[in-house]
Design a protein around this ligand. Structure first.
Ligand SMILES: N[C@@H](CCC(=O)N[C@@H](CS)C(=O)NCC(=O)O)C(=O)O
Length: 298
């Protein structure tokens, strides 16, 4: 039985969508049916579809036998981790996708990713099945579905408290939530003036004057956090939810060559040096679709 379980674990691990997120393009431009909603049905165990494997294995065999007296109680045995999948849009243009994806990475959750091209009408219908807001990112974790980036961050902080997505100190945590909220609900001038475009490089770009106020406020937020918590990330030594929220701003500043103070420049360098950022940007650069005119923020 132990061997069988080990074999199943190996096969499931090897044959899941992880292979797909390693493909060129960095994500799974694959059929939806291979992922999230139906992944339990369509994953394969050898050449036997999972559905068949489950059907042919009587349910009762999955139930652990009654523990003997003195044995470890069943609640102490860790449950198999729930499968997680994050639905994303373009890695080049979708700043919210980057934020959500970074949070899942920082949380250390094992996850698959599914990329929905923003202009694919069929994909948009399918996205509704996964994300009631029809927006990305959306995290599906076992039976739990979380859409909206802030909610994803809060959820991850709850299930992975040791990952440090939120600071442990209550005052710092409140501060972190406040600046995450500010990013989530504000800076619309900056967002429309400087859309995220990781493949782009626009030296001498004329920044719309109304975005200047947003740039000033954002760099003031950074300066305050870096001075208060010691850097190199906003709340200290490790990146947290706030760094994920502001990471697409960093890329925008670099894409459009926004002139910054030395503290902000250093912070941008730290964000860009994160292995997770390097991974995302490499995948974005492999994406083939280009959106010529961006009249909205993705
Ligand atoms: N408040 C939402 C914003 C999400 C959002 O606007 N997502 C964009 C992509 S970055 C989107 O899905 N736009 C619709 C589309 O691409 O069709 C959140 O925090 O997740």
């Amino acid at each position: 039985m132990g061997c069988l379980l080990q074999l199943l674990r190996q096969r499931w691990g090897l044959l899941g969508l992880r292979a797909c997120s390693d493909t060129a393009g960095g994500g799974c431009h694959v059929d939806w049916h291979n992922a999230c909603t139906r992944q339990w049905i369509y994953r394969y165990v050898g050449d036997v579809p999972m559905a068949t494997a489950l059907k042919t294995r009587p349910r009762s065999t999955a139930v652990a036998p009654k523990p003997k007296r003195g044995a470890v109680p069943s609640h102490a045995i860790p449950k198999a981790p729930a499968s997680a999948c994050i639905t994303l849009s373009s890695k080049n243009y979708s700043s919210w996708s980057l934020r959500g994806w970074l949070m899942v990475k920082l949380a250390g959750l094992d996850f698959d990713e599914m990329i929905v091209p923003p202009d694919d009408a069929n994909a948009r219908k399918e996205i509704l099945l996964l994300s009631p807001s029809i927006l990305v990112p959306c995290l599906t974790h076992g039976d739990i579905k979380v859409w909206d980036t802030l909610a994803i961050g809060e959820y991850l902080a709850e299930i992975k408290p040791k990952a440090g997505l939120l600071p442990t100190d209550i005052a710092a945590r409140a501060h972190c939530r406040a600046i995450c909220g500010e990013m989530h609900s504000g800076f619309s001038s900056l967002r429309s003036a400087l859309p995220m475009n990781l493949k782009g490089d626009f030296p001498g770009y004329k920044v719309w004057a109304r975005a200047d106020g947003d740039i000033e406020r954002i760099t003031a937020i950074w300066r305050e956090c870096l001075a208060k918590y010691g850097g190199p990330f906003l709340f200290g030594a490790h990146p947290c939810m706030a760094d994920a929220m502001y990471a697409p701003v960093v890329t925008r500043f670099l894409t459009y060559h926004v002139k910054l103070d030395p503290t902000a420049v250093r912070y941008c360098q730290h964000i860009m040096a994160m292995p997770e950022m390097k991974e995302w940007i490499a995948a974005a650069k492999r994406e083939h679709e280009d959106i010529e005119e961006l009249d909205m923020e993705f």
